[in-house]
Design a protein around this ligand. Structure first.
Ligand SMILES: Cc1cc2nc3c(=O)[nH]c(=O)nc-3n(C[C@H](O)[C@H](O)[C@H](O)COP(=O)(O)O)c2cc1C
Length: 253
């Protein structure tokens, strides 16, 4: 299985919800689990665990079945949900670039044996398998996303923000906001309204982690190296009503 520049994949990927329920070949499953070791964490101090589980291990809760799922567990150190978003989006793009369908799944949960099988807290599932729908979008028009003007006050880095904008998010809520310029981008989340908050609050930090990963992929595609830091001053200066997450600092390679 290949792992190259994910940038082009960001512009055509989509969530897959219809799967051939026959299991993938064992060699492929082995290669998928080998990829777990290559995932880059956002915070290297956080302990995570990923397991491949099957349809029978999951309470689908009205969601369509998939032949396989990644079940993600984590300790609950500060930033753990954002870290999971950042790490698991690497798997979403890995699947998509290797002809495998995938979809983040916040609603289904693993059965008790799986939950009890880890010392860490269960966070989320990602369904995957052979897609029965087309794997890619035919055109950019198929993306339902907010325009850059709505999610950013960044100057001079639209090429990076285009990739952040296309990140998947729970219920497509797109809770991210960005400030800065082409050498440093600050990442925030917006506060959802009261009703929306009941559904999406748990997922907002995960969604933001996903968009941070898309920013990193784009920066590297354009030849920049990225350092991701937590800047106490930026946190202090956060625009009103926004929650600060991280700052990406870019330098030319
Ligand atoms: C944290 C998270 C949880 C999600 N949970 C579900 C889910 O339970 N069921 C589902 O069908 N899609 C789920 N999705 C997929 C989103 O609905 C989807 O990413 C969004 O609508 C954008 O569409 P796209 O991924 O095709 O670009 C989830 C996505 C994220 C990031």
């Amino acid at each position: 299985m290949k792992k190259d520049d994910y940038y082009p994949i960001i512009f055509k990927r989509k969530s897959i919800r219809n799967y051939d329920l026959n299991p993938l070949d064992n060699n492929i499953l082995k290669e998928i689990s080998e990829e777990f070791d290559n995932l880059i964490p956002l915070y290297s101090n956080i302990n995570t665990e990923i397991k491949i589980i099957s349809t029978e291990d999951v309470k689908q809760r009205f969601m369509k079945k998939a032949p396989h799922y990644l079940a993600v567990f984590s300790d609950t150190s500060e930033g753990y949900l954002t870290n999971v978003g950042f790490m698991l989006q690497q798997m979403d793009l890995f699947f998509s670039s290797n002809g495998i369908g995938s979809c983040w799944q916040g609603i289904p949960i693993p059965k008790a044996e799986i939950l009890n099988g880890s010392n860490l807290k269960f966070i989320i599932l990602m369904a995957f398998g052979k897609p029965l729908d087309p794997l890619y979008r035919d055109s950019m028009n198929e993306f339902k996303r907010n325009p850059i003007e709505k999610i950013s006050k960044v100057t001079g880095a639209d090429n990076l923000l285009e990739a952040a904008k296309l990140a998947p998010s729970a219920t497509n809520s797109q809770p991210w906001f960005f400030t800065g310029n082409d050498s440093a981008i600050n990442v925030y989340s917006i506060k959802p309204n009261f009703l929306k908050a009941m559904v999406v609050n748990k997922y907002i930090p995960i969604d933001v982690g996903i968009s941070i990963y898309h920013l990193k992929v784009a920066a590297e595609h354009f030849g920049k190296t990225t350092e991701i830091i937590f800047d106490k001053d930026e946190k202090k200066d956060s625009p009103k009503g926004y929650t600060y997450y991280a700052t990406l600092k870019f330098s030319m390679e």
